[in-house]
Design a protein around this ligand. Sequence first.
Ligand SMILES: [Zn+2]
Length: 146
Amino acid sequence: MVIKNAYHDHKLQKYSDSIFFKDAVYNFVFNNNKTIIKDSPSIYISETCGSAIAGQVWCNAQYIDIELSAWILVDTKQTQGVIRHELAHAIVFMCKLKGSQHGRGFTQALKLTSPRLFRRDRHWRDTSAVYMERKKYHPKTQLLVS
Ligand SMILES: [Zn+2]
């Protein structure tokens, strides 16, 4: 773990693992894994990844950490969406899928982690609750319109 001032969240870890170890997801990773990573990605919460960044993924040869901004946690549905999104980035890394950051390989992976909501899970949304929470960490931030 390399993320500064971050804490591990067991409940969100359980959610993340429930997605990662779904048959369709895990079988794909198992059959296409080009890394030596054996563990499922670990979920960490930090104050903020950035004013407009709800989550990001840290990958190296040994492990994958998913960092979530504390402000997204006010919205459970979106938090779960961000986890599915970041898990897709993790799969792109593990399986060396092709394409740009949110391109072909990412979409292929997102359809695995989020078969029904992959369109929605491409982006998080700045609801009033999220915006108010975000403002605590980023006082000068503006409401993001999508
Ligand atoms: Zn992304």
